[in-house]
Design a protein around this ligand. Structure first.
Ligand code: SF4
Ligand code: SF4
Length: 267
């Protein structure tokens, strides 16, 4: 689920909306509550959110993570969550909100895009398409629901540029699903570090892939190694493939026969 938790939301998970269903809403500088929703909230960032935001701000992943995030370690799924660091002195306001609105608007996180809706998704099994539904998040101060503009959920998703965010969010969810199916499995410190490095610190992950002998060990499709060296999106998608292999021994990567033979000799 895209994770944006206002302090007192009215979320009706039973009132599930499909992409064809409608709701009335409009937002912009004309509403009296403009930017009120950008405070008093906890906002978990997906790896794709971090990639978009840190590129927007001209920062490396490490710089962005140090400056703007804190880690939430205790979670139901066992993976740490990267939370946007709010300003406690200003009522937990988002660091990117200004009187004119969101200063990172074109690259705002997925949960901010889909708001005032939320999206929940489940997966019957790893690799299966996600089953999703939407719901409204009605906060007392939000006056956007009083407007007459009508949207289908699908129109809102398109208008807000949410589709890529949903796709990357589902890749993250797939890790949670695999973990939930491994009864009794605890993630070690090494697992957690690998998770954070691979999908949240892409420069370090790229160094690991390019400089550690990784490319000699694994059989990759022609052209993929070159893509991983220069294309952040390809690298992020690959990070999830790698994590499924490294954390859960899923058959998402193939060790080259020569590397396998070498490993056997060493035993
Ligand atoms: S209408 Fe709702 S979403 Fe828009 S600024 Fe007001 S509180 Fe935020
Ligand atoms: S990123 Fe932008 S839209 Fe999201 S909470 Fe911050 S200021 Fe508001």
């Amino acid at each position: 689920m895209e994770h944006r938790s206002p302090e007192a939301p009215a979320i009706d998970l039973d009132a599930r909306l499909t992409r064809d269903e409608t709701f009335r809403f409009a937002c912009g500088p004309h509403v009296p509550c403009f930017t009120e929703c950008c405070g008093k909230l906890d906002l978990a960032l997906t790896p794709y959110d971090v990639l978009r935001l840190r590129r927007r701000l001209g920062m490396s992943s490490e710089e962005f993570l140090d400056a703007h995030t804190i880690l939430r370690r205790r979670t139901a799924h066992g993976f740490p969550e990267v939370m946007l660091r709010m300003d406690p002195a200003a009522g937990k306001r988002c660091p990117f909100v200004t009187p004119e609105g969101c200063s990172v608007y074109e690259d705002r996180p997925g949960a901010c895009r889909i708001y005032p809706l939320g999206r929940a998704a489940t997966m019957d099994a790893p690799g299966k398409p996600a089953r999703e539904f939407f719901f409204t998040v009605r906060e007392g101060h939000c006056r956007g629901f009083e407007e007459i503009k009508e949207w289908t959920v699908g129109e809102w998703v398109d208008d807000q540029g949410f589709e890529d965010y949903a796709a990357f969010s589902d890749l993250l969810m797939e890790l949670y699903v695999i973990k939930s199916r491994r009864a009794g499995m605890n993630l070690t410190q090494q697992h957690l570090q690998m998770f954070l490095m691979s999908c949240y610190d892409l420069e370090k992950f790229r160094e690991f892939v390019v400089k550690s002998g990784f490319l000699k060990k694994f059989a990759l499709r022609p052209g993929l190694a070159a893509d991983l060296k220069r294309d952040d999106l390809a690298l992020l998608k690959f990070a999830f493939r790698w994590l499924k292999f490294a954390l859960f021994q899923e058959p998402t990567l193939m060790v080259k026969p020569a590397a396998m033979a070498k490993a056997k000799k060493r035993r």
